[in-house]
Design a binder for this molecule. Structure first.
Ligand code: UDX
Ligand code: UDX
Ligand code: ADP
Length: 480
């Protein structure tokens, strides 16, 4: 029986290993983590992450061939294949601060693997890491190997949160990078055999190590770039009277461009896009390619611009001040169907509004009050753009409220800002909301989820990203 151990029971490691266990009944999969609460949660009825379909998969396999444990060393030493899926945040101090990936967790995992291994192992990079990390890891392992053979593979994960299980069941591709040596090829084959249990062979792409590592950064950079492209267009649409949805639809019909991932929004968030692009930028700079670095940096700058633009629009429309006004925030997660708030545009938008002394009332169906308060209190690391955001004062954070219902959040509010595209926001009773709001009642739709025409009939002043502006908004232009 092949034994797999995965170090790191997070958003990537947990769901990926659960699906491997489900699809490969003859493989024993143990997910290990140093965090006791995380492992306890994975072993309970309340999994530590919300992901549609995940509960069912875990229930089916847990205790059979899927296990969650804090006995990291024991399970690593027994495994044939060790996946490493630990966190790789952006460095906040020292060389490369704000851009380079912090590989502290990775390095300590690698040293531990070398330390406890008694048999040959395949070590698989699963977290997104800078190109050439595998080489560094290989050095740590071979310099400490005590005669044991380690093969390093890069097998980046492309799942998106909220659709992780669907993505894992039916991936566009599985990418496996390895050394072009007999030992490397054998290791690639072993991992390929695992995926071949459910993924058609033509979707399993085998490359060299560096190509696999870079492909992951490149894929995320391309995806983020599409959103910044459409968001940049949304500003131009508002200025000219074009409709960004119509433009995106027309552009996406070109088969060379394709229709997906062209929804204008208040900005992209999530743990990957910004982090991976900053990492790419850093790698370009280190390799003497400042033009390439600047090209990708612009994707993040446009994303920051889009969030600032939204805040400015809100404030400008409401007579240039939101001071003391109640503003309802609907949605805090970085996208729908997840409770994850990492890099969510809601953080910057809320901070911007709090900076103008708004009284926020926040509702998100999956994010806890604790999380929201933590996110807003945290000082964001400023990478290299002049921050438009003042740190939020503790009094401002105290003044905001987090509620469990959209109607509660919007009662007596002057304005509603929709920041996450939760399905339930499409079918709220907007007449009821309008009746209970201050007038004029504003609705700023950062995700283009509401039917603006219907809301205008009710009486709302509506702003939708990239859509022709109400006369009111035209008369109150945002001052840069
Ligand atoms: C992303 C990649 O999609 C995935 O392949 C990779 O493995 C990890 O990073 P994720 O961050 O989970 O996944 O979510 P994704 O669906 O890509 O959305 C990222 C952000 O872009 C969200 O804030 C989302 O709201 C935003 N977005 C997405 C848009 O604003 N418009 C779009 O058209 C699509
Ligand atoms: C382009 C658009 O494709 C067409 O829709 C529009 O109506 C006019 O402009 P054209 O300029 O004739 O058409 O050629 P196209 O095939 O798009 O190529 C443009 C340039 O891009 C060429 O120099 C081509 O060599 C280059 N290119 C194209 C690349 O370098 N790489 C590619 O992958 C594709
Ligand atoms: P991702 O989104 O990449 O899955 P997460 O932050 O959700 O990242 O998960 C990473 C997990 O890795 C965390 O639960 C963390 O506790 C765990 N971790 C980090 N370092 C180690 C280590 N040396 N040994 C075991 N687990 C680790």
């Amino acid at each position: 029986m092949v034994k797999i151990c995965c170090i790191g029971a997070g958003y990537v490691g947990g769901p990926t290993m659960a699906v491997i266990a489900l699809k490969c009944p003859s493989i024993e999969v143990v997910v290990v983590d140093i965090s006791v609460p995380r492992i306890t949660a994975w072993n309970s009825d309340h999994l530590p992450i919300y992901e549609p379909g995940l509960d069912e998969v875990v229930k089916e396999c847990r205790g059979k061939n899927l296990f969650f444990s804090t006995e990291v060393e024991k399970h690593v030493s027994e495994a044939d294949i060790v996946f490493v899926s630990v966190n790789t945040p952006t460095k906040t101090q020292g060389l490369g601060a704000g851009k380079a990936a912090d590989l502290t967790y990775w390095e300590s995992a690698a040293r531990m693997i070398a330390e406890v291994s008694k048999s040959d192992k395949i070590v698989v990079e699963k977290s997104t890491v800078p190109v050439k990390t595998a080489e560094a890891i290989e050095k740590i392992l071979t310099h400490n190997s005590k005669g044991i053979n380690f093969q390093i593979l890069s097998n980046p994960e492309f799942l998106a949160e909220g659709t992780a299980i669907v993505d894992l069941f039916n991936p566009d591709r599985v990418l496996i990078g390895g050394r072009e040596t007999p030992g490397g090829e054998k290791a690639v084959k072993a991992l390929k055999d695992v995926y071949a249990n459910w993924v058609p062979e033509e979707r399993i792409i085998c490359t060299n190590l560096w190509s696999a590592e870079l492909s992951k950064l490149a894929a995320n950079a391309f995806l983020a770039q599409r959103i910044s492209s459409v968001n940049a267009m949304s500003a131009l649409c508002e200025a000219t009277g074009a409709d960004v949805s119509e433009v995106a639809h027309a552009v996406g019909k070109d088969t060379r461009i394709g229709p997906k991932f062209l929804n204008a929004s208040v900005g992209f968030g999530g743990s990957c896009f910004q982090k991976d692009i900053l990492n790419l930028v850093y790698i370009c700079e280190c390799n003497g390619l400042p033009e390439v670095a600047n090209y990708w940096k612009q994707v993040i700058k446009v994303n920051d611009y889009q969030k600032t633009r939204f805040v400015n629009r809100v404030v400008a429309s409401m007579f240039n001040t939101v001071s003391g006004k109640k503003v309802a925030i609907l949605g805090f997660a970085f996208k729908k169907d997840t409770g994850d708030t990492r890099e969510t545009p809601a953080i910057d938008v809320c901070k911007g509004l709090l900076g103008d002394k708004a009284m926020l009332s926040i509702y998100d169906p999956q994010v806890t009050e604790d999380q929201i308060r933590r996110d807003l209190a945290m000082n964001k690391f400023d990478w290299d753009h002049p921050s438009h955001l003042q740190p939020v004062s503790p009094t401002a954070i105290k003044s905001l409220s987090v509620v469990w219902d959209a109607y509660d959040a919007t009662r007596d509010a002057h304005a509603v800002c929709i920041l996450t595209e939760w399905d339930e926001f499409r079918s709220l009773d907007y007449q009821r909301i309008y009746d209970n709001m201050q007038k004029p009642a504003f609705l700023f739709d950062g995700r283009n989820v509401v039917d603006a025409k219907k809301l205008r009939e009710i009486g709302f002043i509506v702003y939708s990203i990239g859509k022709p502006l109400d006369q009111w908004l035209k008369d109150m232009p945002a001052i840069a």
